[in-house]
Design a protein around this ligand. Structure first.
Ligand SMILES: Cc1cc2nc3c(=O)[nH]c(=O)nc-3n(C[C@H](O)[C@H](O)[C@H](O)COP(=O)(O)OP(=O)(O)OC[C@H]3O[C@@H](n4cnc5c(N)ncnc54)[C@H](O)[C@@H]3O)c2cc1C
Length: 414
């Protein structure tokens, strides 16, 4: 099956209605000024998340560099950057529901998907009407993602998918999953993988929550038992999924790395994996009467420097996304350690009653102390980021891969 691909360049076509940069900045400022009133009474959780995204989309700010035919503005990267700067600290925390769709799946469909996929998925996804999850990791394939065993076989006008995914964030809320599945076992492991869009709400898909030590069930196991996918819901080429997988992971590293740092720095958020902002640690030190303690001050200064470094990395064009991700996870762990020292000097970090909805403020720091470890895993572990930097940025020799040229069916499996 062949799919046509569009070009990202399609996205930046200026015409008479193109605003100037300063006019655009005014537009963004005005949108955020009016946001609290516009969001009043929009409810909580997912309802609020969808309302926020619809407001952003209808204001023409949800898809700044997308082609106009998909509801975008067709503006260049300088406009995206202006929005990013002006929106910092103002984006509602519910935006995290859309991290995988807007940050990863939709850009891949925009850049590599066939026209019918763009027509079907871009606009509803950008407007927050549909939520996406990422069906990559499996019990036997995490860092070694190319070892995945979920199978997809073409049966008439549908693909039939059987296998299991794990750690699938947000699957319980998702209408669609961006799926990697094996379509050729006779090819070496990187060459027999295809990327699909999987409809999640069907009898062949079972989602089971995994409860974390935060008491949250952010991610899930997903079982596919003869799940069905329309034959032409392939992203890129059949058996060409590894290139798609890598392209999506680059978006994920930007998403989980420097780009999102500071995105909601003035809000206390328990969503996602965001380092505790230093301003909140300073406030905590004052509350606990520790703000004059020289050791605490030194730690705060170190964390302030880390936060600055992440924000400078974010503003530096062309930086490898793994650098931002490594800095961010390091910052997340160090900030959580200081919070633990300040908030829980002589007791466990959490009580039996940890409940993210009920005790939001009380448990805020406990949540982050427990949650920060996941930052080093989601989106690829720290070790894998270092391998990537060594091989792709520094040009060091590749990790030995004796199984790279062996047909997948002949490999030893877990
Ligand atoms: C909060 C969170 C959310 C997640 N969300 C999703 C999601 O939505 N969708 C999804 O598909 N996955 C998701 N994941 C899964 C995540 O991508 C994997 O956990 C990660 O890729 C690591 O895989 P693994 O857990 O199988 O560990 P393994 O790959 O088994 O790694 C175990 C240890 O070995 C090290 N290691 C492995 N290989 C190497 C190597 N070659 N060199 C050096 N060290 C190595 C690792 O760094 C790690 O310390 C999520 C994970 C977390 C924690």
């Amino acid at each position: 099956m062949t799919t046509t691909s569009g070009s990202p360049a399609e996205s930046a076509s200026a015409d008479a209605s193109t605003p100037g940069l300063s006019e655009f900045r005014d537009e963004v400022r005005a949108f955020f000024r009016g946001l609290p009133d516009a969001m009043a009474g929009t409810g909580k959780g997912l309802q609020r998340a969808r309302a926020w995204r619809a407001l952003l989309f209808d204001a023409g700010l949800a898809a700044i560099d997308y082609p106009t035919k998909y509801g975008g503005r067709g503006l260049g990267p300088e406009f995206v950057e202006a929005y990013r700067q002006l929106s910092q600290g103002l984006v509602p925390r519910e935006e995290t529901h859309f991290g995988i769709g807007i940050g990863m799946a939709l850009p891949i469909i925009r850049d590599f998907g066939a026209d019918h996929l763009k027509d079907r998925f871009l606009q509803p996804g950008l407007r927050g009407e549909e939520i996406w999850c990422q069906l990559y990791s499996e019990p036997g394939a995490g860092s070694d993602l190319a070892g995945l065993t979920t199978r997809a076989e073409l049966d008439g006008d549908e693909w039939v998918v059987t296998g299991q995914k794990v750690w699938t964030s947000g699957a319980q809320l998702s209408q669609f999953g961006i799926l990697l599945a094996r379509t050729n076992v006779d090819a070496p492991k990187h060459q027999g993988i295809t990327m699909f869009v999987l409809p999640m709400e069907q009898p062949g898909v079972t989602v089971r929550p995994l409860v974390q030590m935060t008491h949250e069930a952010e991610f899930n196991e997903v079982f596919m038992d003869e799940a069905r996918i329309p034959a032409d819901w392939v992203v890129g080429e059949v058996n060409g999924g590894w290139a798609m997988a890598v392209a999506l992971l680059a978006h994920e590293r930007v998403q989980t790395g420097s780009q999102s740092m500071g995105g909601s720095s003035t809000q206390k958020s328990k969503a996602g994996r965001v380092p505790i902002p230093v301003a909140q640690l300073i406030e905590l030190a004052r509350e606990r009467d520790r703000a004059d303690d020289p050791i605490i001050r030194q730690e705060l200064a170190r964390l302030h420097t880390g936060e600055k470094i992440v924000s400078l990395l974010r503003d530096r064009p062309g930086i490898h996304p793994s650098i931002g991700k490594l800095w961010r996870t390091k910052q997340g762990r160090a900030a959580a350690e200081l919070a633990a020292q300040l908030a829980f000097p002589a007791s466990p970090a959490w009580g039996r009653d940890l409940n993210i909805e009920r005790n939001f403020d009380e448990d805020y720091f406990a949540f982050h102390i427990l949650n920060c470890r996941g930052m080093s895993l989601g989106g690829g572990t720290d070790e894998i980021q270092r391998n990537t930097l060594g091989e792709r940025a520094l040009g060091l020799p590749r990790e030995p891969g004796p199984d790279r040229d062996v047909p997948f069916r002949d490999l030893l499996k877990n």
